[in-house]
Design a protein around this ligand. Structure first.
Ligand code: MN3
Ligand code: MN3
Length: 322
């Protein structure tokens, strides 16, 4: 039946408790890049070799591209297929945080790199074959796919494609380097993990409603897409990491996270690689979550939301003519 009225969102009438729980989780873990003392990593940065710096720069250029895609097209597309009004509110939060993620890498660049270096990073990102392939592939599904196909593409991006890049800051964190840069990445990973779980859950609701023949067809499509993306990701990994010799261990990490993406979608894992196969130093950085941030010592190993103070009348006078 077509509705003849415009419906106000009622948070006291919740159709799906997961919407409310996700909203609460995401708003609790709100953060901004500007509150992380990135310049404390400058000494570590100066100690890296030229090849290592190039890896870091390219990794973050690639991650910027993926978060740009999510903030500009991904969430905008997913929002068109919502099942509940609260789901729209959750996606509004996710979309804003994707913009925070994309901006964070620029904060890292402006701390560590010269403006010429930053220009070169973005130039590399805009022309790297494997990066452009995955952005194009995912965005085409966003623009032309079915609601369920869009969710698959999004979960593959959130839970799998980011990890060829996330490997680098987690590796340095485990070696006591670039701790503040890694803190930003861990905050992003914490968000992505909720996004991937939530969108995967919404996928599963729709998938269960399909007739069995349609489910089989969509499953084939999903695994074909994953193979294609994995193949591209292997080449991207080789190109990124061959100078520092990490290619093989990054590929293990890729397969581990591809399985996690499939799990978020309620599917069976594809690869034999498990948590025990991943470099334990990287695994450790992934699993510890973020520690509480100590703003006074500025050691930057965690993040704490600022304390809330009641507003005073005077607060409204800022910038106002008296
Ligand atoms: Mn993101
Ligand atoms: Mn996300």
């Amino acid at each position: 039946m077509v509705k003849t009225y415009y419906e106000a969102i009622n948070w006291n009438s919740i159709e799906d408790a997961i919407d409310k729980a996700t909203w609460e989780k995401l708003t609790e873990q709100f953060w901004l890049d500007t509150r992380i003392p990135l310049s404390n990593d400058l000494d570590d940065w100066r100690g890296l070799s030229a090849d290592e710096k190039t890896v870091v720069n390219h990794v973050f250029g690639g991650l910027t591209l993926l978060d740009t895609l999510q903030s500009q097209d991904g969430i905008d597309q997913l929002r068109r297929d919502i099942r509940t009004p609260q789901e729209m509110a959750v996606f509004n939060n996710i979309q804003f945080m994707e913009s925070v993620h994309a901006k964070s890498y620029s904060s890292i660049f402006s701390t560590l790199c010269s403006s010429e270096e930053i220009t070169a990073i973005f130039d590399w990102t805009d022309h790297n074959e494997q990066l452009q392939f995955k952005a194009e592939k995912i965005n085409t599904i966003y623009q032309t796919g079915t609601p369920l196909e869009k969710k698959i593409a999004s979960v593959f991006l959130e839970s799998f494609l980011f990890y060829s890049g996330f490997y680098t800051p987690l590796y340095y964190l485990g070696n006591n380097k670039l701790a503040n840069v890694a803190e930003i990445i861990k905050l992003i990973i914490r968000d992505e993990s909720v996004h991937g779980t939530y969108i995967g859950y919404k996928f599963q609701l729709g998938f269960k409603e399909l007739p069995e023949a349609e489910q089989i067809k969509l499953k084939d499509w999903m695994y074909d897409l994953l193979y294609e993306l994995y193949d591209n990701e292997e080449r991207y990994t080789e190109a990124l990491y061959h100078t520092v010799g990490w290619t093989d261990e990054v590929k293990v990490f890729l397969r581990y996270n591809a399985n996690k993406a499939l799990m978020n979608l309620g599917q069976d894992p594809l690869f034999p690689d498990g948590a025990d196969d991943v470099n334990p130093i990287v695994m450790n950085g992934l699993s510890t979550g973020t520690a509480n941030h100590d703003f006074f010592s500025q050691v930057g190993n965690g993040y704490l939301l600022g304390h809330v103070a009641a507003m005073k009348d005077d607060d409204y006078n800022i910038g106002r003519q008296k």
